[in-house]
Write a protein that binds this ligand. Structure first.
Ligand code: CTP
Length: 430
């Protein structure tokens, strides 16, 4: 695979030498394009020696080879690390003032950016808006790691470890991260090298989008309305789908567990943010699994300042407005576009005097019109935050409801088995 490795001007540039080694030792052909500022941290000679290619930051070197057009055009994958605040801003605004930004504008393959900067810079609304813009255009922007930064400060902003960037990059390119393997050139996952490749990787070549965790709906800058979802079931599904060979996008609302390696992570906070990310990701997904606990309502008004208790006015009453039903909307968009896509919903039901869990779930399956509905019974100490789960999988295709229980990984495996079975029914084999 031909990789362009863009290096931004941050102290973390030194870690990128290890990332370059990981790529070259896995058999990839890497051209390094540092920014001018990056060469103040790690010199051109280091990049040339490690990559075996000439290295330049400028569009005016080796002009006869038309590098500013050719490199981006020919690359199967572009990885930018560290992506500084400045580089994110230049990429988001489409600037072309050095060789790296020209190359990004010419990119015809996937692009992954691994940010690194001080926490304040990362959290600044300008940077967050740039990240949002890039993600909305299909660029994978990793979340920075948390920990010690350059000075005495610590927090989110560290460059993720080279191994994590390497895994995420290969997952993005759909290549097998088997050391020494020459990954396939397309965006499809490489076939497993194991003995029963197709049985072990039933989702190879497919893109699976999974939402996980619980949305948080802000009331004021310090308070929100949330729910008890831990994200464990969604993460177990992401791991199972990744191990089944799929390219996995994890749309993560608030989660108590870390996102797994080897998936493309999109972090969201509110139901409206999740809706936007889900509709965007669904556009090229074969399977969408809505495992997130989405708030049905959000506060009608969000105070820009902290709501204070006051003796001279009445205590506040929170008015709520309805959030859009993302699952239902995904089904509508899919049907309007006549897309071959399997959509899976989750239902948390308690049952009550008017109906039991299954009755409510069957009504929900009819109402939301998704292909599969994974139903769990929620109650005190059940499901939320626990490591085990017990579900019934209902299908619109009319197959018998199927029970699955055990660890959340066991339940994820059962759900993915069912998805594979449904896909082999609806999607003709390639
Ligand atoms: N969901 C969604 N958008 C919402 C609410 C829920 O996409 N605004 C999705 C969830 O991710 C889940 C499914 O819909 O896959 C069921 O969610 P649940 O909260 O159980 O259903 P509700 O539609 O809220 O039904 P009810 O309030 O009647 O239980």
């Amino acid at each position: 695979m031909r990789i362009v490795l863009g290096v931004g001007g941050g102290i973390a540039a030194y870690k990128v030498a290890s990332l370059l080694r990981l790529f070259t030792e896995a058999g990839h052909d890497v051209t390094v394009i540092p920014t001018e500022a990056a060469t103040r941290f790690v010199g051109v000679a280091t990049w040339e020696a490690l990559s075996g290619h000439p290295v330049s930051s400028s569009v005016f070197d080796a002009v006869h080879t038309v590098n500013h057009v050719r490199l981006g055009h020919e690359a199967d994958l572009i990885v930018v690390a560290p992506a500084t605040a400045d580089l994110l801003a230049r990429a988001a605004t489409g600037q072309a003032n050095d060789l790296l930004t020209n190359t990004l504008l010419m990119a015809s393959g996937p692009v992954l950016m691994a940010p690194a900067m001080h926490t304040e810079m990362w959290r600044h609304p300008a940077t967050q808006a740039n990240v949002e813009t890039l993600r909305s255009r299909g660029v994978t922007v990793l979340e920075p790691a948390s920990g010690r930064l350059t000075g005495a400060d610590s927090g989110p902003g560290r460059l993720p470890e080279p191994e994590a960037i390497f895994e995420a990059a290969l997952a993005l390119a759909g290549a097998a991260s088997v050391p020494g393997a020459r990954p396939v050139p397309s965006s499809q996952p490489a076939p497993s090298t194991g003995p029963s490749a197709s049985a072990a990787r039933p989702l190879a070549g497919l893109t699976v989008t999974i939402s996980a965790g619980g949305t948080r709906e802000p009331l004021d800058p310090v308070r929100f309305l949330g729910n008890r979802s831990s994200g464990k079931q969604g993460v177990a599904l992401a791991v199972a789908a990744r191990d089944a060979g799929a390219r996995v996008r994890l749309l993560a609302a608030h989660m108590e567990v870390p996102a797994p390696d080897g998936v493309e992570l999109v972090s969201v906070e509110t139901a409206l943010e999740l809706r936007k990310a889900a509709l965007h990701a669904a556009a090229d997904s074969d399977v969408v699994i809505m495992a997130a606990a989405v708030a049905d309502f959000r506060p009608a008004d969000v105070s820009g300042t902290k709501i204070k208790k006051r003796d001279d006015v009445a205590d506040p009453v929170i008015a709520l407005v309805r959030n859009p039903d993302i699952l239902q909307e995904l089904v509508e968009v899919r049907d309007a576009a006549s897309r071959d896509q399997l959509i899976v919903g989750f239902a948390a039901e308690t049952g009550d005097a008017d109906g039991d869990v299954l009755e409510y779930a069957e009504a929900k399956l009819r109402r939301k019109a998704c292909d599969l509905l994974v139903v769990n019974q929620v109650g005190k100490d059940m499901v939320f935050g626990e490591d085990t789960n017990s579900v019934i999988i209902l299908s619109r295709s009319g197959t018998e409801p199927q029970e699955a229980s055990g660890s959340k990984s066991d339940v994820a495996a059962a759900v993915l088995d069912r998805i594979s079975a449904e896909l082999s029914r609806v999607v003709p084999p390639a």
